[in-house]
Design a protein around this ligand. Structure first.
Ligand code: ATP
Ligand code: MG
Ligand code: MG
Ligand code: MG
Length: 540
């Protein structure tokens, strides 16, 4: 493709509101543009990479025996009423009304829709198991969309759903999907960890998150330095109670006189001090938390008494917001804690009535603690959740009356699993791991173009004609090549090339008349001169 004809609006200046490297560099490289808060266009370069990620996902999902379909983004409200999630999902669910006054949800996820599709067909054990997936735009009205594609309000998700007649069959699918995810993220070149996670609002039990390692990540993962143990920190805290000896659990000392009652909102906050100096703030809302003005709590002196352990108020606000955003109507408690500089929260199941007394159920994991599986010590890392696999069980099939007949002719609810990958978020995660100051550095498997052919001075006849010859040659050889044939200053061209980040640059400059060009690697910026004849072997 000739760059002079391509829509690649690169930016010299760093956009003011772009707080993460991926956001900044995707904007500057002309890969994406923002249309509204958390809503983006994928420009030709960005969309090329998205399609490459999708191809990897499709190949691995198909290989694992899942079948692709495409369901609508607009989903009738009746389905969400069947499971009760029309109410439970809260303000994160985007809703719209048609001209006849009928309500729809813009799909935040697809359990209801897929269950409604298969429930008549999957009526016998003979048709099970079945695994279906789609790659479809999802909508979530995130309270604080940020970091570009990392937390959008409109984003691309691959979502898969499996249906079974036994827990063993579900287990097999779960691990098949788990392994497919490992292959997908490996092929994307990502450094990631699969971690035990908490099932949160979706319900169900077994679940792993796939976390791409990145400082910007919103999740803290705890892992053992000498075994496979890895868990999302919220889960690690809970998990540890299983292995902690009775009586060995953390005891919490209530800090007297530090109870705060907010006048405006039905919230009570209480500060606790732990053996390990961890600050725990207990927030209790007796009503929906969605509109709670958390700033009111933060404005109190609640946090002051803990010298040296200053809480990052913005962060604290967000963590609470995560809870409220889930829209869990009956959610009444949350536990937050501050590990010296890091703050995380323990997700409390809304169905479990956690009282202050049962704080003893939690033991808070610190870096350096022995690992729960008895091997090694705990380390912390930041992660971006790029995917998650869940065993849903019968939560949705029971609510939606999706049953099959077993071998004895008895009707039973379908056993389900669901498996999501954030496609657009994965793109950002890759950028977080593959960049330098000058721009993106694409791994070969995902680069928008394999070769960036740069004509230093296209007005020079030798340079132009040699470039044109090479352009044709690379295309004939099957390379995806971007030819910078623009009449721009060399400095502009090289800066743009760095931003765009193709793995290999072929630079046609002064020595064109002698059939000599420069070959450069985007990664280590090494440049070597090479003859045109030698090129075909060198570019690989
Ligand atoms: P998070 O904890 O970051 O809010 P989630 O647990 O709510 O994500 P899931 O319901 O597990 O997300 O959705 C499956 C996948 O979709 C996630 O693993 C993530 O990669 C992606 N995803 C979720 N929310 C967003 C978003 N707002 N923008 C981009 N991708 C998202
Ligand atoms: Mg979420
Ligand atoms: Mg999550
Ligand atoms: Mg998740």
């Amino acid at each position: 493709m000739k760059q002079s004809q391509m829509f690649i609006p690169t930016m010299k200046e760093t956009p003011a509101d772009a707080e993460s490297a991926s956001h900044r560099l995707l904007l500057r490289g002309g890969f994406i543009r923002q249309n509204a808060a958390g809503v983006y266009s994928y420009l030709p370069l960005g969309y090329k990479v998205i399609k490459k990620i999708e191809t990897i996902i499709r190949e691995e999902m198909d290989r694992a025996g899942s079948q692709e379909l495409l369901m609508p983004a607009m989903q009738p409200a009746e389905l969400w009423h069947e499971t009760g999630r029309w109410d439970v999902y809260g303000p994160e669910l985007m809703r719209l009304k048609d001209r006849h006054g009928r309500y729809f949800a813009l799909g935040a996820t697809g359990e209801e829709l897929i269950t409604s599709l298969v429930r008549d067909f999957l009526n016998s054990y003979k048709k099970l198991p079945m695994n279906l997936y789609q790659i479809q735009t999802k909508y979530r009205d995130e309270k604080r969309p940020r970091f570009g594609l990392l937390r959008g309000r409109e984003f691309i998700m691959k979502d898969a759903y499996s249906f079974h007649d036994s827990p063993e069959s579900l287990d097999k699918s779960y691990w098949d999907m788990f392994n497919a995810y490992c292959r997908i993220f490996e092929r994307c070149g990502l450094k990631f960890r699969a971690v035990l996670a908490d099932s949160g609002a979706i319900g169900g039990k077994d679940t792993h998150e796939f976390q791409a390692l990145a400082e910007i990540g919103e999740d803290t993962i705890a892992y053992s330095d000498s075994s496979d143990f890895a868990a999302n920190l919220e889960m690690a805290a809970v998990l540890d109670t299983d292995t902690a000896e009775k009586g060995n659990a953390l005891s919490l000392e209530r800090v007297p006189g530090k109870q705060v009652v907010d006048e405006d909102t039905p919230i009570v906050a209480q500060a606790f001090k732990t053996r390990t100096e961890t600050v725990v703030v207990f927030i209790k809302a007796t009503d929906e938390m969605n509109d709670v003005k958390l700033k009111n709590i933060l404005a109190t002196d609640l946090i002051e008494p803990f010298e040296g352990d200053s809480l990052d108020l913005m962060h604290l606000d967000e963590e609470i917001r995560v809870f409220a955003d889930n829209g869990l109507k009956h959610l009444s408690q949350a536990v937050l804690y501050n590990k010296a500089e890091d703050i995380t929260y323990v997700h409390v199941d809304p169905d479990r009535d956690l009282s202050i007394e049962s704080y003893n159920d939690f033991r808070f994991i610190k870096e350096g603690d022995p690992s729960p599986d008895g091997k090694g010590t705990i380390k912390f890392a930041r992660g971006i959740e790029i995917g998650q696999v869940f065993k849903l069980g019968t939560k949705y099939s029971e609510a939606m009356n999706a049953t099959y007949l077993d071998a004895d002719g008895k009707a039973k609810p379908l056993i389900m699993g669901c498996y999501g990958i954030g496609v657009s978020r994965t793109l950002s995660a890759i950028c977080e791991q593959y960049h330098d100051e000058g721009g993106l550095i694409w791994p070969k498997s995902l680069a928008p173009f394999a070769i960036h052919l740069i004509t230093v001075n296209p007005k020079n006849e030798d340079q132009y004609s040699l470039s044109e010859k090479l352009y044709q040659f690379f295309m004939e050889q099957g390379y995806d090549v971007l030819w910078d044939d623009r009449k721009e200053r060399p400095g502009v061209k090289f800066a743009d090339s760095e931003l765009i980040g193709c793995p290999v640059q072929v630079i046609v400059g002064k020595k064109a008349a002698d059939q000599i060009v420069e070959l450069a690697s985007r990664k280590n910026k090494e440049r070597i001169e090479t003859s045109v004849e030698a090129l075909s072997t060198d570019v690989d």
